[in-house]
Design a protein around this ligand. Structure first.
Ligand SMILES: C[S@@+](CC[C@H](N)C(=O)[O-])C[C@H]1O[C@@H](n2cnc3c(N)ncnc32)[C@H](O)[C@@H]1O
Length: 237
């Protein structure tokens, strides 16, 4: 994807957050412009068209805003013919424990008929059916036993041919991981949450998924950022 398209999409998607205030809008615009993961999610090899997407720890539901912006551009005929059509979900269900983020996402994306955002703790909440489960920069907030238990429930949910997209930091990559962990701890403190993180090395994440009978394909996902992130595409064996 060209840089110009990425910026145009980011700005369109972020515009939904304007009614939620300057901070929400600027955060969305900065994250969508700067994080290479969002462009990757438009690849139908990763995110198939017409999927029921379950976004666990969805934050402000930036993925939904991004997919909606791409689908709008495509419908208007402004999509580059050299690119495959962007995936358009039939449903997007976000679950998030921060009530403030649930409120922002619900207000910003109120016009999307296929969207549902619910408050809840991933350690206890029931998982609705899905074809694609997203766990993007989330799992390291959960204790190791809770990571295992959640992934086991996700695996059962996608056992009929679905997939899990998991973005993780590599705790074995010293500098990049230290930077992202420092940012995450600051966010926890700002939210009044304990700044405890439970990262693993990239090999550790792969072993965890392997233990759960999930086959994994990994794609480095921190180009242009100071972080050490990888996107893992996992499917039940
Ligand atoms: C770094 S943010 C990522 C947000 C989103 N996935 C994205 O990529 O934009 C991590 C999110 O996980 C949420 N989270 C952490 N632990 C959670 C839990 N136990 N239940 C629900 N959400 C949780 C946090 O509140 C936060 O919004």
């Amino acid at each position: 994807m060209s840089g110009a398209l990425r910026v145009a999409l980011a700005d369109r998607a972020a515009a939904c957050y304007r009614p939620c205030g300057q901070w929400a809008w600027r955060f969305a615009r900065g994250k969508l412009r700067g994080d290479p993961m969002y462009a990757a999610l438009l690849d139908p090899v990763l995110l198939p068209d017409r999927a029921r997407v379950l976004d666990l720890g969805c934050g402000k539901a930036l993925v939904a805003a991004w997919l909606a912006a791409a689908a709008n551009l495509f419908r208007q005929g402004d999509w580059p013919p050299a690119l495959p059509p962007p995936p358009s979900p039939v449903g997007y269900h976000g679950i998030e424990r921060s009530a403030a983020d649930v409120a922002v996402a619900s207000r910003a994306l109120a016009g999307l008929s296929w969207l549902r955002i619910a408050g809840g703790d991933l350690r206890h909440v029931q998982l609705p059916p899905a074809d694609v489960v997203l766990l993007l920069d989330v799992l390291h907030y959960l204790e190791p036993e809770a990571q295992y238990a959640l992934l086991a429930r996700v695996r059962d949910q996608i056992s009929g041919g679905g997939r899990l997209l998991l973005r993780v930091g590599d705790a074995g990559a010293s500098a990049g991981y230290r930077i992202s962990a420092a940012v995450d701890r600051l966010v926890c403190l700002a939210r009044g949450q304990p700044p405890r993180l439970h990262g693993r090395s990239l090999d550790g994440w792969r072993e965890l998924l392997d233990d759960l009978a999930l086959d994994v394909h990994s794609l480095p996902m921190s180009d242009g950022t100071p972080f050490a992130n990888t996107l893992l595409l996992a499917r039940p064996r």
